[in-house]
Write a protein that binds this ligand. Structure first.
Ligand code: G4P
Ligand code: NA
Ligand code: NA
Length: 190
């Protein structure tokens, strides 16, 4: 997606070889026109899948997910993050391990928003090691629903998330694939 790549080049800040800061358009301030274009692009790529719901994780997945939901005409559910505590009725819960933060947390979705006949598109802002996307997929499957695809705004292709998800049989579509952040420079996979 050319518009996205241009904004990443113009406004992205390479914090390290692993981390790209994009807080001027995605993670803190949000660029609505870019989000609209992102929503349209996801709708084009997943529009044939008879999607009934979109699932994302708070907070930065919500903007792109809502724009995709608007284009596809389906509701958007965001998984809520919570500290690993006691079991709670009425929720589907999965663990997410963050390699960046080196900590395990949990994400939950209320059982009332997913049913076995749902066809779910998963959307997230970043794909690193794939742990967040996998947790969402497991929640969808706990509900007996199916995952029709996984849409990512920025994939860090030098980490193993995409490979892991594809090996498990999920279709992954990333709008920008960053192949390297070495030498303070963003490089994209072809
Ligand atoms: P990890 O295994 O590499 O730790 O990836 P993980 O998915 O656990 O990422 C933890 C958080 O960091 C997520 O946001 C994710 O979107 C974000 N993230 C991962 N890599 C990058 C990166 O290169 N740049 C930026 N800007 N973010 C990255 P979160 O903590 O869930 O926060 P939120 O922004 O969604 O609220
Ligand atoms: Na995220
Ligand atoms: Na984030």
């Amino acid at each position: 997606m050319e518009m996205l790549k241009r904004i990443i080049i113009d406004e992205g800040i390479v914090l390290s070889e692993q981390v790209l800061k994009v807080d001027s358009f995605l993670n803190h301030q949000i660029d609505p026109l870019l989000m609209q274009e992102i929503g349209r692009t996801f709708a084009n790529r997943f529009g044939e899948d008879e999607v009934t719901k979109i699932v994302t994780i708070e907070s930065s997945g919500i903007a792109p997910a809502v724009m995709a939901g608007l284009e596809l005409g389906v509701p958007v559910i965001f998984a809520r993050k919570r500290k690993s505590l006691t079991l709670q009725d009425g929720l589907y819960t999965e663990k997410v391990y963050s390699f960046t933060k080196m900590e395990e947390s949990e994400v939950s979705i209320s059982k009332k928003f997913l049913s076995p006949n749902d066809r779910v598109l998963i959307i997230d802002d970043f794909l690193a090691n794939g742990e967040a996307a996998l947790a969402m997929a497991r929640i969808v499957e706990q509900a007996g629903a199916s995952v029709t695809g996984i849409g990512i705004v920025i994939e860090k292709a030098f980490q193993n998330g995409s490979g892991k998800l594809k090996e498990l049989g999920y279709r992954v579509e990333s709008l920008a694939r960053v192949s390297s952040l070495a030498n303070g420079t963003v490089e994209f996979a072809e």
